[in-house]
Write a protein that binds this ligand. Structure first.
Ligand SMILES: C[S@@+](CC[C@H](N)C(=O)[O-])C[C@H]1O[C@@H](n2cnc3c(N)ncnc32)[C@H](O)[C@@H]1O
Length: 282
């Protein structure tokens, strides 16, 4: 069997592994969470790390038992992320925090990266901080279908960056399926990030749609360099969200296992929790 099932059946003094299906399932009782979480979060927490491709399985469960006993494969986007994943498991990190941490392990100064849904600009700002440092001028291509979103991103960048840094973020009011029209043909793109759904604080009827999301994923696949990452946070709480998740998953499941590692993180007892998905090109 390929994966592990970890049961914390009582306090940390009593935990066992058993092999089961192709996914890792974690059920953590309140006694353990008591040491870790604020009072408001003391409920049973269920969490699943599921490889989208069979050979893309990462032995997360063994890390949770003892982070020093083994490590993720060196070419895995999760390498070095054990603490972050444990924080996510214990409800201390959001899906977007996890995505940002994974980006940090992949993106280098001077890289070209794409924010395919720039919205309020938080992801674009995070990306800019990863690619630029004065001596290395990386570029962020930030796309959104809504003019409102670009105005918000622009405002955030205005408040947060100096004039040199601002030049490194290129804003485009286009659908992300057209990303190849704006990113230079010779650019080596290390990260394409999608934060799907609607603009928080904006018009909830303007959402990402399965058909264009699929076209955008295909474009991202074409322009991503080896060693690059397609990062997707999927929201399933709004109409069309579940269908979009299925579209993303089936796109990922078709990627060839020799060249791609595809993985999703999913809360099991919060049916509408955002789902981070990572597609790493070896
Ligand atoms: C969850 S928000 C993004 C949040 C953003 N990354 C941030 O850091 O604030 C989703 C965004 O996707 C945008 N969007 C919807 N359809 C799109 C499309 N086809 N192409 C590009 N952006 C799209 C929406 O306008 C919205 O701003």
């Amino acid at each position: 069997m390929l994966s592990l099932r970890l049961w914390f059946s009582s306090l940390a003094t009593h935990s066992t592994f058993s092999c089961s299906s192709r996914r890792s399932l974690f059920l953590v009782p309140p006694q353990i969470l008591n040491n870790t979480l604020s009072n408001s979060s003391r409920n049973l927490c269920c969490f699943c790390v599921k490889p989208i491709k069979q050979n893309g399985f990462f032995p997360v469960a063994s890390h949770l038992q003892s982070s020093s006993s083994s490590s993720f494969p060196k070419d895995s986007p999760f390498s070095g992320l054990e603490d972050a994943l444990v924080s996510y498991l214990f409800g201390k990190k959001r899906a977007t925090d996890i995505a940002h941490m994974v980006w940090k392990h992949v993106v280098q100064k001077g890289d070209t990266v794409i924010d395919a849904t720039c919205g309020n600009g938080f992801d674009a700002l995070e990306m800019l901080n990863l690619v630029a440092d004065g001596s290395h001028d990386g570029y962020v291509y930030a796309l959104d279908i809504q003019k409102d979103a670009l105005d918000k991103t622009s405002l955030l960048l205005e408040e947060s960056l100096n004039s040199n840094e601002k030049q490194l973020v290129k804003l485009f009011n286009i659908c992300h399926s057209k990303m190849e029209n704006v990113v230079p043909r010779n650019a080596s793109v290390r990260l394409v990030a999608f934060n799907l759904g609607y603009l928080p604080g904006g018009d909830k009827d303007i959402i990402t749609r399965s058909e264009t999301t699929l076209l955008a994923l295909e474009a991202a696949k074409r322009i991503l360099m080896p060693g690059g990452l397609i990062s997707i946070v999927v929201y399933v709480g709004h109409p069309g969200g579940r269908e979009e998740l299925e579209t993303v998953e089936s796109f990922a499941a078709r990627l060839c296992v020799e060249n791609w590692i595809c993985c999703k993180l999913q809360m099991l007892n919060r049916s509408t929790a955002p789902i981070p998905i990572f597609l790493y090109r070896r």
